[in-house]
Write a protein that binds this ligand. Structure first.
Ligand code: GDP
Length: 536
Protein backbone atom coordinates (compact mmCIF):
# COMPACT_ATOMS: atom_id res chain seq x y z
CA UNK A 1 0.00 0.00 0.00
CA UNK A 2 2.81 2.44 0.75
CA UNK A 3 4.15 4.08 -2.35
CA UNK A 4 7.41 5.92 -2.78
CA UNK A 5 5.88 9.26 -1.86
CA UNK A 6 3.39 8.96 0.96
CA UNK A 7 -0.05 10.44 0.37
CA UNK A 8 -1.04 13.54 2.30
CA UNK A 9 -3.17 11.37 4.59
CA UNK A 10 -0.28 8.99 5.18
CA UNK A 11 2.12 11.72 6.17
CA UNK A 12 -0.47 13.44 8.37
CA UNK A 13 -1.28 10.18 10.17
CA UNK A 14 2.36 9.42 10.66
CA UNK A 15 2.94 12.66 12.55
CA UNK A 16 -0.02 12.27 14.91
CA UNK A 17 0.41 11.28 18.55
CA UNK A 18 -2.75 10.88 20.60
CA UNK A 19 -2.42 10.24 24.29
CA UNK A 20 -3.89 10.78 27.75
CA UNK A 21 -2.28 11.42 31.10
CA UNK A 22 -3.35 8.99 33.78
CA UNK A 23 -2.70 9.60 37.45
CA UNK A 24 -4.16 9.67 40.90
CA UNK A 25 -5.49 13.11 41.91
CA UNK A 26 -2.72 15.48 43.01
CA UNK A 27 0.13 13.54 41.42
CA UNK A 28 0.71 16.48 39.08
CA UNK A 29 -1.35 15.89 35.95
CA UNK A 30 -2.54 19.48 35.66
CA UNK A 31 0.92 20.88 36.24
CA UNK A 32 2.44 18.54 33.70
CA UNK A 33 -0.27 19.33 31.14
CA UNK A 34 0.49 23.02 31.48
CA UNK A 35 4.18 22.49 30.98
CA UNK A 36 3.57 20.33 27.93
CA UNK A 37 1.41 23.04 26.44
CA UNK A 38 4.12 25.59 27.08
CA UNK A 39 6.58 23.59 25.01
CA UNK A 40 4.32 23.67 22.02
CA UNK A 41 3.95 27.40 22.26
CA UNK A 42 0.28 27.20 23.20
CA UNK A 43 0.94 29.40 26.20
CA UNK A 44 -2.42 31.09 26.35
CA UNK A 45 -4.02 27.75 27.09
CA UNK A 46 -2.14 27.25 30.30
CA UNK A 47 -4.55 29.56 32.12
CA UNK A 48 -7.54 27.47 31.19
CA UNK A 49 -5.99 24.37 32.61
CA UNK A 50 -5.60 26.20 35.90
CA UNK A 51 -9.13 27.53 35.71
CA UNK A 52 -10.53 24.08 35.33
CA UNK A 53 -8.47 22.88 38.21
CA UNK A 54 -9.65 25.70 40.43
CA UNK A 55 -13.21 24.46 40.39
CA UNK A 56 -12.45 20.80 40.34
CA UNK A 57 -12.33 20.27 44.06
CA UNK A 58 -15.86 21.50 44.53
CA UNK A 59 -16.94 17.84 44.28
CA UNK A 60 -20.53 17.21 45.18
CA UNK A 61 -21.92 20.66 44.49
CA UNK A 62 -23.40 20.21 41.08
CA UNK A 63 -23.57 23.93 40.36
CA UNK A 64 -19.83 23.97 40.53
CA UNK A 65 -19.57 21.03 38.22
CA UNK A 66 -21.85 22.74 35.79
CA UNK A 67 -19.69 25.84 35.77
CA UNK A 68 -16.78 23.65 35.16
CA UNK A 69 -18.46 21.86 32.30
CA UNK A 70 -18.04 24.75 29.92
CA UNK A 71 -14.37 24.94 30.65
CA UNK A 72 -13.91 21.23 30.42
CA UNK A 73 -15.52 20.98 26.98
CA UNK A 74 -12.89 23.36 25.75
CA UNK A 75 -9.98 21.79 27.53
CA UNK A 76 -10.93 18.15 27.38
CA UNK A 77 -8.93 17.79 24.19
CA UNK A 78 -5.82 19.82 23.61
CA UNK A 79 -4.13 19.81 20.28
CA UNK A 80 -0.63 21.14 19.88
CA UNK A 81 2.29 21.02 17.57
CA UNK A 82 5.65 19.96 18.82
CA UNK A 83 8.69 19.25 16.67
CA UNK A 84 7.08 17.93 13.51
CA UNK A 85 4.21 16.25 15.29
CA UNK A 86 0.59 17.05 15.95
CA UNK A 87 -0.11 16.00 19.50
CA UNK A 88 -3.60 15.37 20.80
CA UNK A 89 -3.75 15.28 24.56
CA UNK A 90 -7.05 13.99 25.94
CA UNK A 91 -8.05 14.96 29.42
CA UNK A 92 -9.36 12.31 31.74
CA UNK A 93 -11.92 13.52 34.31
CA UNK A 94 -10.36 13.86 37.71
CA UNK A 95 -13.18 12.81 39.99
CA UNK A 96 -13.33 9.09 40.48
CA UNK A 97 -17.10 9.06 40.20
CA UNK A 98 -16.65 9.86 36.56
CA UNK A 99 -14.28 7.01 35.98
CA UNK A 100 -16.59 5.38 33.46
CA UNK A 101 -16.14 8.39 31.26
CA UNK A 102 -12.40 8.12 31.73
CA UNK A 103 -12.35 4.51 30.64
CA UNK A 104 -14.06 5.45 27.43
CA UNK A 105 -11.63 8.30 26.82
CA UNK A 106 -8.82 5.77 27.10
CA UNK A 107 -10.26 3.85 24.15
CA UNK A 108 -9.58 6.91 22.00
CA UNK A 109 -5.84 7.20 22.68
CA UNK A 110 -2.83 5.39 21.28
CA UNK A 111 -0.59 5.84 24.32
CA UNK A 112 -0.75 6.98 27.93
CA UNK A 113 1.55 8.93 30.16
CA UNK A 114 1.37 7.70 33.74
CA UNK A 115 2.30 10.24 36.40
CA UNK A 116 3.36 8.88 39.75
CA UNK A 117 3.84 11.00 42.86
CA UNK A 118 7.24 9.82 44.05
CA UNK A 119 6.20 10.21 47.66
CA UNK A 120 3.03 8.15 47.35
CA UNK A 121 4.03 5.56 44.77
CA UNK A 122 1.28 3.65 42.98
CA UNK A 123 -2.11 4.92 44.14
CA UNK A 124 -5.59 3.38 43.65
CA UNK A 125 -6.80 5.58 40.79
CA UNK A 126 -3.59 4.98 38.86
CA UNK A 127 -3.95 1.27 39.36
CA UNK A 128 -7.52 1.23 38.03
CA UNK A 129 -6.72 3.36 35.00
CA UNK A 130 -3.68 1.33 34.24
CA UNK A 131 -5.71 -1.86 34.24
CA UNK A 132 -7.82 -0.43 31.46
CA UNK A 133 -4.72 0.49 29.47
CA UNK A 134 -3.25 -2.94 30.04
CA UNK A 135 -6.42 -4.63 28.86
CA UNK A 136 -6.01 -2.78 25.59
CA UNK A 137 -2.21 -3.14 25.44
CA UNK A 138 -1.83 0.62 25.37
CA UNK A 139 1.82 1.68 25.48
CA UNK A 140 2.65 3.56 28.67
CA UNK A 141 5.35 6.04 29.53
CA UNK A 142 6.03 6.64 33.21
CA UNK A 143 6.89 10.00 34.76
CA UNK A 144 7.90 9.92 38.41
CA UNK A 145 7.14 13.39 39.74
CA UNK A 146 8.08 15.61 42.67
CA UNK A 147 11.73 14.64 43.08
CA UNK A 148 12.25 18.09 44.60
CA UNK A 149 10.57 16.68 47.69
CA UNK A 150 11.54 14.03 50.22
CA UNK A 151 10.19 10.99 48.44
CA UNK A 152 10.64 7.23 48.26
CA UNK A 153 13.93 5.74 47.12
CA UNK A 154 13.95 5.35 43.31
CA UNK A 155 14.81 1.64 43.48
CA UNK A 156 11.86 1.02 45.78
CA UNK A 157 9.58 2.98 43.45
CA UNK A 158 10.75 1.07 40.43
CA UNK A 159 10.16 -2.18 42.25
CA UNK A 160 6.70 -1.08 43.36
CA UNK A 161 5.65 -0.07 39.85
CA UNK A 162 6.85 -3.37 38.43
CA UNK A 163 5.12 -5.41 41.07
CA UNK A 164 1.88 -3.48 41.29
CA UNK A 165 1.37 -2.86 37.64
CA UNK A 166 2.89 -5.99 36.18
CA UNK A 167 5.13 -4.22 33.67
CA UNK A 168 8.85 -4.22 33.21
CA UNK A 169 10.22 -0.78 34.00
CA UNK A 170 13.14 0.49 31.94
CA UNK A 171 14.66 3.65 33.44
CA UNK A 172 15.71 6.23 30.86
CA UNK A 173 16.81 8.65 33.54
CA UNK A 174 17.82 8.23 37.17
CA UNK A 175 17.64 10.83 39.93
CA UNK A 176 20.63 12.12 41.85
CA UNK A 177 19.42 12.84 45.36
CA UNK A 178 16.00 14.22 46.23
CA UNK A 179 14.31 17.04 48.11
CA UNK A 180 16.78 19.70 49.15
CA UNK A 181 19.56 17.59 47.71
CA UNK A 182 17.99 16.89 44.34
CA UNK A 183 20.89 17.42 41.96
CA UNK A 184 19.30 16.41 38.68
CA UNK A 185 18.98 13.28 36.58
CA UNK A 186 21.47 10.96 34.96
CA UNK A 187 20.42 10.38 31.38
CA UNK A 188 21.22 6.72 30.82
CA UNK A 189 20.83 6.87 27.09
CA UNK A 190 22.65 10.09 26.34
CA UNK A 191 25.41 9.42 28.87
CA UNK A 192 25.08 12.79 30.55
CA UNK A 193 23.69 14.44 33.63
CA UNK A 194 21.16 17.23 33.53
CA UNK A 195 21.55 19.47 36.51
CA UNK A 196 18.41 20.49 38.37
CA UNK A 197 17.59 24.17 38.51
CA UNK A 198 14.48 25.03 40.49
CA UNK A 199 12.03 27.64 39.28
CA UNK A 200 8.36 27.51 38.30
CA UNK A 201 8.74 29.69 35.26
CA UNK A 202 11.88 28.07 34.03
CA UNK A 203 12.09 27.62 30.29
CA UNK A 204 13.11 24.20 29.08
CA UNK A 205 16.50 23.63 27.59
CA UNK A 206 18.17 26.12 29.88
CA UNK A 207 19.54 23.60 32.32
CA UNK A 208 23.18 22.73 32.62
CA UNK A 209 24.36 19.47 31.11
CA UNK A 210 27.49 17.60 32.19
CA UNK A 211 28.76 15.04 29.70
CA UNK A 212 29.66 11.52 30.83
CA UNK A 213 27.89 9.62 33.59
CA UNK A 214 31.22 8.77 35.16
CA UNK A 215 32.69 12.23 34.76
CA UNK A 216 34.72 12.85 37.96
CA UNK A 217 33.28 16.35 38.11
CA UNK A 218 29.95 14.81 39.14
CA UNK A 219 31.27 13.02 42.21
CA UNK A 220 33.08 16.16 43.25
CA UNK A 221 30.10 18.36 42.86
CA UNK A 222 27.23 16.16 44.04
CA UNK A 223 29.03 13.94 46.56
CA UNK A 224 27.26 11.01 48.12
CA UNK A 225 23.88 11.41 46.33
CA UNK A 226 25.81 11.04 43.08
CA UNK A 227 27.77 8.03 44.36
CA UNK A 228 24.53 6.39 45.42
CA UNK A 229 22.81 7.13 42.11
CA UNK A 230 25.79 5.84 40.12
CA UNK A 231 25.73 2.61 42.14
CA UNK A 232 22.00 2.23 41.57
CA UNK A 233 22.37 2.83 37.86
CA UNK A 234 24.91 0.04 37.67
CA UNK A 235 22.57 -2.26 39.51
CA UNK A 236 19.62 -1.30 37.34
CA UNK A 237 21.64 -1.79 34.19
CA UNK A 238 22.49 -5.32 35.23
CA UNK A 239 19.01 -6.22 36.40
CA UNK A 240 16.67 -4.41 34.01
CA UNK A 241 16.35 -5.58 30.42
CA UNK A 242 17.28 -3.39 27.49
CA UNK A 243 14.51 -1.19 26.20
CA UNK A 244 12.60 -3.07 23.54
CA UNK A 245 10.32 -0.98 21.36
CA UNK A 246 8.01 -3.86 20.49
CA UNK A 247 7.55 -4.66 24.19
CA UNK A 248 6.78 -1.02 24.86
CA UNK A 249 4.23 -0.92 22.06
CA UNK A 250 2.46 -3.96 23.44
CA UNK A 251 2.36 -2.51 26.96
CA UNK A 252 4.85 -4.94 28.47
CA UNK A 253 7.63 -2.44 29.11
CA UNK A 254 7.40 1.13 30.28
CA UNK A 255 10.22 3.66 29.95
CA UNK A 256 10.59 5.56 33.23
CA UNK A 257 11.58 9.20 33.68
CA UNK A 258 12.18 11.18 36.85
CA UNK A 259 11.57 14.88 37.27
CA UNK A 260 9.66 17.71 38.83
CA UNK A 261 6.72 19.01 36.82
CA UNK A 262 6.30 22.19 38.80
CA UNK A 263 9.92 23.07 38.13
CA UNK A 264 9.58 22.09 34.48
CA UNK A 265 12.37 19.63 34.99
CA UNK A 266 12.35 16.36 33.05
CA UNK A 267 9.16 17.30 31.24
CA UNK A 268 10.61 17.92 27.82
CA UNK A 269 12.36 14.53 27.89
CA UNK A 270 9.01 12.84 28.35
CA UNK A 271 7.49 14.82 25.52
CA UNK A 272 10.41 13.92 23.28
CA UNK A 273 10.06 10.27 24.23
CA UNK A 274 6.40 10.45 23.39
CA UNK A 275 7.16 11.79 19.94
CA UNK A 276 9.98 9.30 19.37
CA UNK A 277 8.48 6.17 20.91
CA UNK A 278 4.70 6.37 21.03
CA UNK A 279 2.93 4.99 17.98
CA UNK A 280 1.14 6.96 15.32
CA UNK A 281 -2.53 5.98 15.00
CA UNK A 282 -2.88 2.34 13.98
CA UNK A 283 -5.63 0.18 12.58
CA UNK A 284 -8.91 -0.13 14.46
CA UNK A 285 -11.28 -3.04 14.73
CA UNK A 286 -14.82 -2.93 13.43
CA UNK A 287 -17.21 -5.86 13.42
CA UNK A 288 -16.94 -6.06 9.65
CA UNK A 289 -13.21 -5.60 9.18
CA UNK A 290 -9.96 -4.03 10.31
CA UNK A 291 -9.73 -0.38 9.22
CA UNK A 292 -6.42 1.28 8.34
CA UNK A 293 -5.89 4.92 9.36
CA UNK A 294 -4.58 5.87 5.92
CA UNK A 295 -7.63 4.64 4.03
CA UNK A 296 -8.98 7.52 1.93
CA UNK A 297 -12.54 7.41 3.30
CA UNK A 298 -13.39 9.05 6.59
CA UNK A 299 -14.56 6.93 9.51
CA UNK A 300 -14.77 7.82 13.20
CA UNK A 301 -16.26 6.67 16.47
CA UNK A 302 -18.09 8.56 19.23
CA UNK A 303 -16.34 7.90 22.54
CA UNK A 304 -17.71 10.66 24.70
CA UNK A 305 -20.80 12.82 24.79
CA UNK A 306 -20.97 15.96 26.79
CA UNK A 307 -23.93 18.22 27.36
CA UNK A 308 -23.23 21.69 26.25
CA UNK A 309 -23.35 24.69 28.52
CA UNK A 310 -26.64 26.17 27.41
CA UNK A 311 -29.36 24.09 29.10
CA UNK A 312 -32.09 25.80 27.06
CA UNK A 313 -30.77 24.36 23.85
CA UNK A 314 -29.85 20.97 25.15
CA UNK A 315 -27.33 20.48 22.45
CA UNK A 316 -24.68 17.99 23.12
CA UNK A 317 -21.21 17.59 21.79
CA UNK A 318 -20.21 14.18 20.55
CA UNK A 319 -16.47 13.64 20.70
CA UNK A 320 -15.39 11.67 17.68
CA UNK A 321 -12.04 10.04 17.29
CA UNK A 322 -11.10 10.03 13.63
CA UNK A 323 -10.16 6.46 12.74
CA UNK A 324 -9.41 6.80 9.04
CA UNK A 325 -9.36 9.18 6.11
CA UNK A 326 -9.75 12.91 6.26
CA UNK A 327 -12.51 14.86 7.89
CA UNK A 328 -13.56 18.11 6.26
CA UNK A 329 -16.06 20.60 7.51
CA UNK A 330 -19.39 20.31 5.73
CA UNK A 331 -18.99 16.75 4.55
CA UNK A 332 -21.91 14.32 4.79
CA UNK A 333 -21.57 11.69 7.47
CA UNK A 334 -23.64 8.59 7.91
CA UNK A 335 -24.57 7.48 11.41
CA UNK A 336 -24.34 3.77 10.79
CA UNK A 337 -26.61 2.69 13.68
CA UNK A 338 -29.58 4.77 12.59
CA UNK A 339 -28.82 5.24 8.92
CA UNK A 340 -29.28 9.00 9.35
CA UNK A 341 -27.07 11.52 7.61
CA UNK A 342 -25.36 14.38 9.38
CA UNK A 343 -23.82 17.39 7.76
CA UNK A 344 -21.97 19.09 10.55
CA UNK A 345 -21.14 22.65 9.66
CA UNK A 346 -20.22 23.76 13.10
CA UNK A 347 -17.58 21.45 14.35
CA UNK A 348 -15.74 22.01 17.56
CA UNK A 349 -12.10 21.65 16.92
CA UNK A 350 -9.71 21.86 19.75
CA UNK A 351 -7.22 24.49 20.56
CA UNK A 352 -4.21 24.65 18.42
CA UNK A 353 -1.96 27.47 17.43
CA UNK A 354 -2.10 26.77 13.71
CA UNK A 355 -5.20 27.80 11.85
CA UNK A 356 -4.95 25.34 9.02
CA UNK A 357 -5.51 22.49 11.41
CA UNK A 358 -8.99 23.67 12.13
CA UNK A 359 -10.83 22.70 8.98
CA UNK A 360 -9.62 19.19 8.55
CA UNK A 361 -8.75 16.27 10.74
CA UNK A 362 -6.94 12.99 10.29
CA UNK A 363 -6.77 9.70 12.12
CA UNK A 364 -5.87 10.30 15.76
CA UNK A 365 -7.52 13.73 15.86
CA UNK A 366 -10.64 14.44 17.85
CA UNK A 367 -13.53 16.47 16.50
CA UNK A 368 -16.55 17.62 18.46
CA UNK A 369 -19.91 17.49 16.69
CA UNK A 370 -22.77 19.42 18.27
CA UNK A 371 -26.06 17.55 17.88
CA UNK A 372 -29.44 17.06 19.50
CA UNK A 373 -29.37 13.40 20.34
CA UNK A 374 -28.60 12.07 16.86
CA UNK A 375 -25.33 10.68 18.10
CA UNK A 376 -24.90 8.13 20.87
CA UNK A 377 -21.90 6.71 22.64
CA UNK A 378 -20.23 4.09 20.52
CA UNK A 379 -21.72 5.34 17.24
CA UNK A 380 -19.67 4.92 14.11
CA UNK A 381 -19.64 7.67 11.47
CA UNK A 382 -18.67 6.92 7.88
CA UNK A 383 -18.99 8.34 4.38
CA UNK A 384 -21.54 5.62 3.69
CA UNK A 385 -19.96 2.28 4.53
CA UNK A 386 -21.83 0.06 6.98
CA UNK A 387 -19.24 -0.24 9.67
CA UNK A 388 -19.45 -0.57 13.45
CA UNK A 389 -16.38 -0.08 15.59
CA UNK A 390 -16.11 -2.21 18.70
CA UNK A 391 -14.39 -1.77 22.00
CA UNK A 392 -16.21 1.03 23.81
CA UNK A 393 -16.68 -0.29 27.33
CA UNK A 394 -19.69 0.01 29.62
CA UNK A 395 -19.14 -1.25 33.15
CA UNK A 396 -21.72 -3.00 35.26
CA UNK A 397 -22.89 -0.39 37.80
CA UNK A 398 -21.97 -0.82 41.43
CA UNK A 399 -24.75 1.30 42.91
CA UNK A 400 -28.46 1.40 42.17
CA UNK A 401 -31.31 3.77 42.87
CA UNK A 402 -34.89 3.73 41.77
CA UNK A 403 -36.33 6.88 40.32
CA UNK A 404 -39.83 8.34 40.21
CA UNK A 405 -41.28 11.72 39.28
CA UNK A 406 -42.65 13.87 42.06
CA UNK A 407 -45.39 15.09 39.68
CA UNK A 408 -46.96 12.24 37.66
CA UNK A 409 -47.76 14.67 34.84
CA UNK A 410 -44.04 14.96 34.22
CA UNK A 411 -43.50 11.29 33.46
CA UNK A 412 -42.76 12.04 29.84
CA UNK A 413 -40.06 14.55 30.72
CA UNK A 414 -38.51 12.07 33.10
CA UNK A 415 -38.33 9.40 30.44
CA UNK A 416 -36.92 11.77 27.83
CA UNK A 417 -34.41 13.18 30.28
CA UNK A 418 -33.22 9.81 31.46
CA UNK A 419 -32.93 8.54 27.93
CA UNK A 420 -30.69 11.46 26.99
CA UNK A 421 -28.61 11.29 30.14
CA UNK A 422 -28.25 7.56 29.58
CA UNK A 423 -27.12 8.08 26.01
CA UNK A 424 -24.58 10.60 27.21
CA UNK A 425 -23.21 7.99 29.60
CA UNK A 426 -23.91 10.18 32.63
CA UNK A 427 -25.83 7.30 34.19
CA UNK A 428 -27.10 3.89 33.17
CA UNK A 429 -30.84 3.46 32.97
CA UNK A 430 -32.55 0.08 33.40
CA UNK A 431 -36.17 -0.83 32.75
CA UNK A 432 -37.09 -3.76 35.01
CA UNK A 433 -39.43 -6.31 33.41
CA UNK A 434 -41.59 -6.30 36.52
CA UNK A 435 -43.09 -2.97 37.55
CA UNK A 436 -42.80 0.45 36.02
CA UNK A 437 -40.19 2.10 38.22
CA UNK A 438 -36.97 2.87 36.40
CA UNK A 439 -33.64 1.95 37.92
CA UNK A 440 -30.49 4.02 37.75
CA UNK A 441 -27.08 2.42 37.91
CA UNK A 442 -23.82 4.22 38.58
CA UNK A 443 -20.28 3.58 39.62
CA UNK A 444 -20.15 6.64 41.88
CA UNK A 445 -22.60 8.39 44.19
CA UNK A 446 -22.00 11.76 42.57
CA UNK A 447 -23.57 10.52 39.35
CA UNK A 448 -26.99 10.32 41.08
CA UNK A 449 -26.73 13.88 42.34
CA UNK A 450 -25.75 15.11 38.92
CA UNK A 451 -28.68 13.33 37.31
CA UNK A 452 -31.21 14.62 39.83
CA UNK A 453 -29.96 18.15 39.34
CA UNK A 454 -29.94 17.95 35.60
CA UNK A 455 -33.40 16.38 35.42
CA UNK A 456 -34.75 19.33 37.36
CA UNK A 457 -32.85 22.10 35.61
CA UNK A 458 -32.66 20.83 32.06
CA UNK A 459 -35.84 18.78 31.77
CA UNK A 460 -38.04 20.53 34.28
CA UNK A 461 -38.92 17.47 36.32
CA UNK A 462 -38.18 16.92 39.93
CA UNK A 463 -37.20 13.32 40.43
CA UNK A 464 -37.37 11.28 43.59
CA UNK A 465 -34.26 9.18 43.80
CA UNK A 466 -34.72 6.35 46.26
CA UNK A 467 -32.69 3.46 47.58
CA UNK A 468 -32.83 0.22 45.69
CA UNK A 469 -32.26 -3.26 47.02
CA UNK A 470 -30.05 -4.22 44.10
CA UNK A 471 -26.28 -4.13 44.37
CA UNK A 472 -24.92 -6.15 41.50
CA UNK A 473 -25.73 -6.20 37.79
CA UNK A 474 -24.56 -8.48 35.02
CA UNK A 475 -25.38 -8.40 31.36
CA UNK A 476 -26.42 -11.84 30.17
CA UNK A 477 -25.85 -13.57 26.85
CA UNK A 478 -25.94 -17.10 25.54
CA UNK A 479 -23.85 -18.27 22.63
CA UNK A 480 -25.50 -20.27 19.81
CA UNK A 481 -23.72 -23.53 20.73
CA UNK A 482 -25.21 -23.28 24.23
CA UNK A 483 -28.74 -22.74 23.05
CA UNK A 484 -28.58 -19.07 21.99
CA UNK A 485 -31.72 -16.93 22.14
CA UNK A 486 -33.91 -19.82 23.25
CA UNK A 487 -31.85 -20.59 26.33
CA UNK A 488 -31.51 -16.87 27.06
CA UNK A 489 -35.28 -16.48 26.95
CA UNK A 490 -35.67 -19.43 29.30
CA UNK A 491 -33.30 -17.69 31.70
CA UNK A 492 -35.08 -14.35 31.40
CA UNK A 493 -38.51 -15.92 31.97
CA UNK A 494 -37.32 -17.84 35.00
CA UNK A 495 -35.74 -14.71 36.49
CA UNK A 496 -38.22 -12.06 35.39
CA UNK A 497 -38.49 -10.62 38.90
CA UNK A 498 -34.87 -9.51 38.69
CA UNK A 499 -34.39 -8.87 34.99
CA UNK A 500 -34.14 -5.49 33.32
CA UNK A 501 -33.22 -4.02 29.96
CA UNK A 502 -30.65 -1.28 29.59
CA UNK A 503 -30.50 1.69 27.23
CA UNK A 504 -29.67 -0.48 24.23
CA UNK A 505 -32.10 -3.23 25.30
CA UNK A 506 -29.38 -5.57 26.50
CA UNK A 507 -30.86 -7.97 29.09
CA UNK A 508 -29.41 -7.53 32.55
CA UNK A 509 -29.82 -9.56 35.69
CA UNK A 510 -29.92 -7.61 38.97
CA UNK A 511 -29.19 -9.17 42.34
CA UNK A 512 -28.96 -8.05 45.93
CA UNK A 513 -25.81 -9.82 47.00
CA UNK A 514 -22.75 -11.25 45.31
CA UNK A 515 -23.36 -14.78 46.71
CA UNK A 516 -26.78 -14.73 45.09
CA UNK A 517 -25.12 -14.06 41.76
CA UNK A 518 -22.75 -16.98 42.27
CA UNK A 519 -25.72 -19.25 42.92
CA UNK A 520 -27.45 -18.08 39.75
CA UNK A 521 -24.26 -18.59 37.77
CA UNK A 522 -23.87 -22.16 38.92
CA UNK A 523 -27.53 -22.93 38.22
CA UNK A 524 -27.28 -21.59 34.68
CA UNK A 525 -24.00 -22.87 33.26
CA UNK A 526 -24.93 -22.06 29.68
CA UNK A 527 -25.58 -18.39 30.36
CA UNK A 528 -22.67 -15.96 30.30
CA UNK A 529 -22.61 -13.13 32.85
CA UNK A 530 -20.71 -10.00 31.88
CA UNK A 531 -19.42 -7.22 34.11
CA UNK A 532 -18.41 -5.34 30.98
CA UNK A 533 -20.43 -4.66 27.89
CA UNK A 534 -18.91 -3.38 24.69
CA UNK A 535 -20.92 -1.36 22.29
CA UNK A 536 -21.51 -3.49 19.25
P1 GDP B 1 -3.39 16.76 39.56
O1 GDP B 1 -4.46 16.62 40.58
O2 GDP B 1 -2.77 15.43 39.24
O3 GDP B 1 -3.79 17.51 38.35
O4 GDP B 1 -2.19 17.56 40.29
P2 GDP B 1 -1.68 19.05 40.17
O5 GDP B 1 -0.92 19.25 38.93
O6 GDP B 1 -2.77 19.99 40.44
O7 GDP B 1 -0.63 19.06 41.36
C1 GDP B 1 -1.03 18.82 42.71
C2 GDP B 1 -0.13 19.62 43.62
O8 GDP B 1 1.20 19.14 43.50
C3 GDP B 1 -0.10 21.10 43.28
O9 GDP B 1 -0.05 21.82 44.48
C4 GDP B 1 1.20 21.24 42.51
O10 GDP B 1 1.74 22.52 42.63
C5 GDP B 1 2.07 20.20 43.18
N1 GDP B 1 3.14 19.72 42.31
C6 GDP B 1 3.05 19.33 41.03
N2 GDP B 1 4.26 18.96 40.56
C7 GDP B 1 5.13 19.12 41.58
C8 GDP B 1 6.53 18.91 41.73
O11 GDP B 1 7.24 18.52 40.81
N3 GDP B 1 7.06 19.18 42.95
C9 GDP B 1 6.32 19.64 43.99
N4 GDP B 1 6.95 19.89 45.14
N5 GDP B 1 5.00 19.85 43.89
C10 GDP B 1 4.41 19.60 42.70
Amino acid sequence: MSTATPSRTESEVRRRRTFAIISHPDAGKTTLTEKLLLFSGAIQIAGSVKARKASRHATSDWMEIEKQRGISVASSVMQMEYRDCVINLLDTPGHQDFSEDTYRVLTAVDAALMVIDAANGVEPQTRRLLQVCRARNTPILTFVNKLDREVQEPLALMDEIERELGMTVVPFTWPVGMGKFFGGVLDLRKDQMRVFTPGEDRVAGTEEVVQGLTNPVLAERFGSPYEQAAGEVELVREAAPEFNHADFLSGKQTPMFFGSAVNNFGVQEVLDALVDLAPAPGSRTAIQREVQPVEPKFTGVVFKIQANMDPAHRDRIAFVRVASGKFERGMNLKVVRSGKTLRPNTVVTFMSQKRELLDEAFAGDIIGIPNHGVLQLGDTLTEGEALQYTGLPFFAPEMFRSVEVADPLKTKQLKAGLQQLGEEGAIQVFRPIAGSVLLLGAVGQLQFEVVAHRLEHEYGCKARIMPSRFQVARWVTCSPEDGGEKELKRFIDANDHRMAYDAVDAPTVLVEYAPELRAIESNWPKIKFHALREHA
